[in-house]
Design a protein around this ligand. Structure first.
Ligand code: NI
Length: 492
């Protein structure tokens, strides 16, 4: 991994803006007319790399902080690529804030960078993040692609055409990672797993995974290299141009000024691997839809994957209210829940009665889980459930400022008390009606055992099992919701 940092190791510390690009259009000497085109650099299992000094006018931005954990962030600033710089600024800020919030004993975070591709119309910047906390050190990677012809900054998954192409790539990667160390079942076609992709000098697609993400951390950087001939049909227009730029570098060329103003990247719902905020294939405002929201708190638990299997069998969606420590212990389950279209929601770090805490403590309970989930899935939560359903004005205020609606329930299975699958099933079904929000806990084996029967019965009765967002539609941060009965006001 140290080789990937070779350009930046020398650039450590002090200067806020450090000029690295030594070439101006007048004095560049490496690529005059008639000279041999430069061979692309790089190993077969690495993204191509470009010497930053070959990129005209490149500067570096650096930010350092030692209040709290030691933070050292740097990223490049390339002339005519302002939207890319803005994205790097936003992304590094979010990474720093999520690391600091999510990790109770955060020690240090360093974000360094290298340039994978830099031609007139395509640029790729790879961020290398090294973090240290009580779990040890971990390195992760994110690569952003900039399309100078449109001014669009792309996620790595935009190198492929659409979600089906990403799913196809995911299965090629699973096949190629036939290693004992890698647990292929932890791979899913989601942006967060496929956020660092590029090409090697032969034009093969290189997919790299964060340390500890799909294999034990001791395995280091895990990557898959998908041969050019297998991947070409999956590439988007940008992906094809990126592949060509990686294999035909043009050293010393300046990035072209975008002809059109950049579009709003976040408004574009077409990023492969970033799931839609809300699946609106079901209209739960109509009583005929018979929507019901099954919710599972306090997990994930060791048997949550079994529950996910059962939900998949019935094509049922659910909502998982996650608690801090279980989410830290089962990150792969959190990612699977997200990847399979279930809704993730906040159930606090320590499962305390929030009404007994002061405002800053309530905030920390919520922001920590928000950060944990964003670090595992890239998804920003917009729902929370206060432990024990205990809420008050203070909790509502903090929830509102953190962008979270409060979701209570209308059917309590008391499954934590009734550790008996038959009883849990009975309680779940007894009071179920269209619009019900059913409370269960996926940390109890008896609940996991009850779910297949519950799903079967609900299906027989014509119910559609949906997420909270599908049931309620748009929710208001800070408001409390108890049910989504079509004939009643959902708010109480
Ligand atoms: Ni709970």
């Amino acid at each position: 991994m140290s080789s990937s940092l070779k350009y930046t190791a020398a650039a450590a510390s002090v200067l806020l803006l450090l000029s690295i690009g030594s070439c101006s259009p007048d004095d560049r000497g490496t690529s005059g007319p008639g000279e041999e085109p430069e061979k692309p650099n790089g190993e077969p299992d690495q993204l191509t790399s470009v010497d930053p000094s070959e990129v005209t006018g490149l500067d570096e931005r650096e930010e350092t902080s030692d209040e709290g954990p030691q933070i050292d962030v740097s990223y490049p600033e390339i002339p005519n690529a302002d939207p890319l710089t803005q994205r790097l600024d936003d992304a590094t800020s979010q990474k720093v804030s999520d690391f600091t919030s999510a990790s109770a004993d955060a020690e240090s975070l360093t974000i360094d960078w290298d340039i994978s591709v830099a031609t007139e119309d395509v640029v790729a910047v790879r961020l290398v993040q090294e973090e240290k906390d009580s779990d040890g050190e971990r390195t992760s990677y994110t690569t952003y692609w900039y399309d100078a012809t449109s001014g669009h900054t792309a996620y790595s998954t935009e190198l492929v055409g659409n979600q089906e192409d990403l799913a196809e790539l995911d299965s090629l990667v699973k096949d190629s990672l036939n290693e004992e160390q890698v647990d292929a079942s932890t791979l899913h076609p989601i942006l967060h797993l496929y956020d660092s992709m590029g090409f090697n000098p032969d034009g093969d697609l290189v997919v790299e995974f964060d340390q500890g993400q799909i294999a034990p951390a001791g395995a280091g950087r895990v990557n898959a290299t998908i041969p050019k001939e297998d991947v070409t049909s999956l590439l988007s227009d940008l992906g094809e141009r990126a592949q060509s730029a990686a294999t035909n570098p043009s050293p010393g060329s300046a990035v072209e000024d975008s002809a059109t103003p950049p579009k709003d990247d976040t408004a574009d719902g077409s990023v492969p691997g970033r799931l839609p905020e809300r699946d609106d294939s079901v209209d739960c405002s109509s009583a005929a839809a018979k929507c019901i929201a099954l919710t599972f708190d306090d997990g994930p638990g060791a048997r949550t994957p079994e529950l996910l299997d059962a939900l998949a069998e019935y094509n049922a969606k659910a909502t998982f209210f996650l608690t801090g420590q279980p989410a830290r212990e089962h990150p792969e389950t959190v990612r699977r829940e997200y990847a399979e279209g279930h809704e993730l929601a906040n159930h606090t770090v320590t499962h305390s009665d929030l009404t007994t805490l002061d405002k800053s403590e309530v905030r920390e309970e919520l922001t920590t889980v928000n950060a944990l989930v964003r670090r595992e899935t890239g998804y920003t939560l917009d729902l929370m459930r206060p432990p024990y359903g205990a809420t008050n004005d203070k909790v509502a205020q903090v929830s509102r400022s953190e962008g979270l609606a409060e979701i209570i329930w209308s059917v309590d299975t008391n499954d934590w008390k009734n550790r008996n699958a038959g009883k849990v099933r009975k309680e779940a079904l007894k009071n179920a009606k269209p619009g019900s929000i059913v409370l269960m806990h996926d940390i109890h084996g008896t609940t996991i055992d009850a779910v297949p029967d519950i799903l079967e019965r609900l299906e027989e009765q014509g119910y559609t099992m949906v997420t909270i967002s599908q049931l309620l539609g748009e929710t208001e941060p800070g408001e409390s919701y108890y049910n989504g009965h079509p004939d009643e006001d959902g708010e109480e």
